[in-house]
Structures are given as C-alpha cells and as structure tokens.
Design a protein around this ligand. Structure first.
Ligand code: AMP
Length: 379
C-alpha cells in the first residue's frame, strides 16, 4: 500500500469525542479531515476541516463522504453496516466493514474470539423468552443480560440475581433487540483493556494494558500501566494482537478483559476504534492512539507505544454540571500536572461524556490519586 502522506484527506464517520481527538491529531500531522454527522456542532465537526451533514445510517451520505476523501474510518461503533458498505464501494474503510460487523454483535464477537482460541466470559444466546431457562442454567446466577447489538456504556444491560428478575429483564431487553446474550457475572480481580494497532503489512503494536474502573456500566477511571504482574500484562497484549491479526484489522482494536481472581484473562468486548481507556496516550505516550490510527490507515509505520510515565484518566460526565452550571475548573487545574480535555458538548446530561482529566506522574498510585483529587475539586 502506497502511504497516504500528510495532505491526504481522511473521512471520519461519526462526530463524537473520539472523532474530535482524531481530527485534532490529524490536523497536527497535516492531514485534512471530513466528518460525517447530522449535527454541525458535533464535537468532531467543530474541529474538522469539513463537516458533511448526514445521518450515520445513510448509505448515500457515507458514499459521498468516501468519494471526497482518500481513506475512511469511523469513531462510532453503531454505524449502520449498509452505510459502511456504501463507503467501501468508493474507498477503503479501515477497520473494514467485516471487522465492524463482528464487533457490532456480541454473539458474533464471542464466536470470533473463541475461534481464535481465546477464552471469553461464560455465555449463552437468548432469542426468545423460552430460551431463558436453559441459558441461565448454563451460566448460573447472578448473570448479566445484554442485547447482542446496539448497547454501549452499560445501556441494553441488566444484572440479574434472581430468576424472577431475569424474566422481567429478558422481556424488556427483547423489546429492544431480537437477540440477547446471558453472561455469568464474573467476580473479577480487575478489568483491563489493551489498545492494539495493526498496520496493513501485519505489524502490530500494543499499548500497555490499562486498568479500568467502571461506574454504572460507564468507564470512570483508567490507570496505566495496569497494576498486574508483567506476565499478565504481556498475556493481555498477546491476546489483543492475536485478535487484531485474526480479524485482519487495519487500524485500532481495543480489547476489554476481566482478570479473574484465579489469574485467567477473559475477553469481554472488542471495539475496532479508539477507546476511552486509551485517552491517556495523548498525554503519556510518544504516539497517541489517535495518531496511531492515522498511521495505520494511512500506511505509515506504527509509532512507539511506551508510556513516558504512569498515567491516570478520569472521565467527566454531565452529572458534574448539574445544578452548578460550569464545574469549578480553576480549582481542579490547580492540582499539579493535571490536563483537561473537553469535548465541546453544549448540553450536559447525566451519564454523558463531556470530557476527561489526565495526570502523568511518578507512579500509578500518584497519578490516580491526583486525577481523582482534581475531579473531586470540580464540584
Ligand atoms: P460491557 O458493555 O460488556 O463492556 O459492560 C460494561 C461493564 O459492565 C463492564 O466493563 C463490567 O464492569 C460490567 N460487566 C459486563 N459484563 C460483565 C460480566 N459478565 N461480569 C461482570 N461484570 C460485567
């Protein structure tokens, strides 16, 4: 593949914060970006060179985007597969529509990962209420019911501890999606994620695993490197690289995993795009995950993924804005070393990702303490 040099045009399907950070990095590197999103004030549309107004399920708009650029990527996982297919008729889309199709569906995702010989959380499929009994028997209680498609940030999920709750949750979720999966609730030691980049020539580069803490199904805090033995970190990176290679990803693949109390790594979820748990790479690594994605899809060599120093990233949800207008940014920014990233979203809603804070420090503990201290000061 002849490299797409700076000056080339990158099309981004989706205008959220991941697209915004990608477009900002693209600008630094001298690439032009065009963002497809219905909203002209979308976070990425504000900073891209061009905004193309169009729906994320509109094949005509996606094909028009593709015709106007040299390569296409997406920052939003629930892009309509037909829109991606339409873009692929005009230009290369990376990661491909085939990869996206797998990541969009929890059942296909699990089957693909198992097919590569990698363990996943225990699960069973539920296609109608009558499947529920056997599925729960297989995975046991407590369990998590999840819609197979269209879920994100804990949406489309329910933790069930009793059989009676399972029936109600199953009925509610089946009204949103025709296939569910039931997973055993894993009593994990911690959650890890690895962002792996893969270039067209098959080279892979993984970032150090991040240690993730979720709250209400939404990522709250990432600390990198994860505080796990080096063999576990190496195994997590290995798993991510095997999956990225097995699926033929060109671009990024984020792999979320559980580390069980007996030391096993179980894959929970894949995302073929930049990931919230990789935001610290903007501040703590020679090559951010966003630059790395550009390098991979433009045929440039992958960049160095080492951490200059341990880092911690804390998400800022819309809840921090409620009742107070603007959070107290001056007080938070008085914490030494804290970096503020805001996504340009006008309306703060509970659970909505508005921005994040990052601290790079001498140790993971120090980074984590300082980023939480800074976030605490926002109230
Ligand atoms: P997901 O959308 O699958 O990434 O789930 C969001 C979060 O819910 C995960 O990061 C975990 O914190 C929790 N979770 C999801 N599935 C399970 C499971 N099978 N066992 C334990 N916790 C889970």
């Amino acid at each position: 593949m002849a490299p797409l040099l700076p000056g080339s045009r990158v099309g981004i399907i989706g205008g959220g914060q991941l697209g915004r950070m990608l477009a900002l990095e693209a600008r630094r590197l001298g690439y032009f970006t065009c963002v497809l999103d219905p909203d002209p004030r979308a976070p990425a549309a504000q900073v891209a060179d061009l905004h193309l107004a169009g729906g994320l399920a509109d094949p005509v708009a996606a094909a028009a985007l593709a015709r106007g650029v040299d390569v296409v990527t997406y920052e939003f996982e629930n892009v309509d597969p037909n829109a991606v297919a339409a873009a692929e008729t005009a230009r290369a889309v990376h990661p491909s529509g085939a990869v996206l199709r797998i990541a969009q569906h929890r059942l296909r995702e699990k089957e693909a990962v198992i097919g590569l010989g990698i363990p996943v959380t225990p699960f069973a499929a539920v296609r109608s209420a009558s499947d529920l009994g056997a599925a729960i028997e297989r995975v046991g209680l407590p369990a998590v019911l999840k819609t197979a498609a269209s879920g994100y940030d804990g949406k489309g999920q329910a933790v069930v501890r009793r059989w009676a709750d399972a029936e109600a949750a199953c009925a509610a979720l089946l009204s949103r999606c025709d296939t569910l999966i039931v997973e055993g609730l894993v009593d994990f030691e911690l959650e890890l994620s690895v962002v792996c980049a893969r270039a067209a020539d098959g080279t892979t580069a993984c970032y150090a695993p991040g240690e993730n803490r979720h709250s209400g199904g939404i990522l709250d805090l990432t600390v990198a490197p994860a505080r796990v033995p080096s063999v576990v970190a190496a195994r997590a990176q290995d798993i991510a690289a095997v999956i990225a290679t097995g699926l033929g990803v060109i671009g990024l693949l984020a792999v979320e995993m559980f580390l069980t109390r007996d030391g096993r790594l179980l894959v929970n979820e894949l995302a073929p795009r930049p990931h919230n748990s990789g935001h610290h790479t903007l501040d703590a690594c020679p090559t951010s995950q966003f630059e790395q994605l550009l390098r991979a899809i433009c045929g440039l060599p992958l960049g160095a993924t080492d951490l200059y120093a341990p880092a911690a990233m804390a998400n800022l949800l819309g809840d921090l804005w409620s009742g107070v207008g603007q959070p107290d940014f001056p007080r938070a920014l008085a914490v030494p070393g804290v970096r503020l990233h805001l996504y340009g979203k006008a309306e703060a809603r509970p659970g909505r990702k508005m921005g994040h804070l990052c601290v790079v420090a001498g140790t993971a503990e120090e980074a984590s303490e300082r980023v939480l201290q800074a976030r605490g000061r926002l109230r």
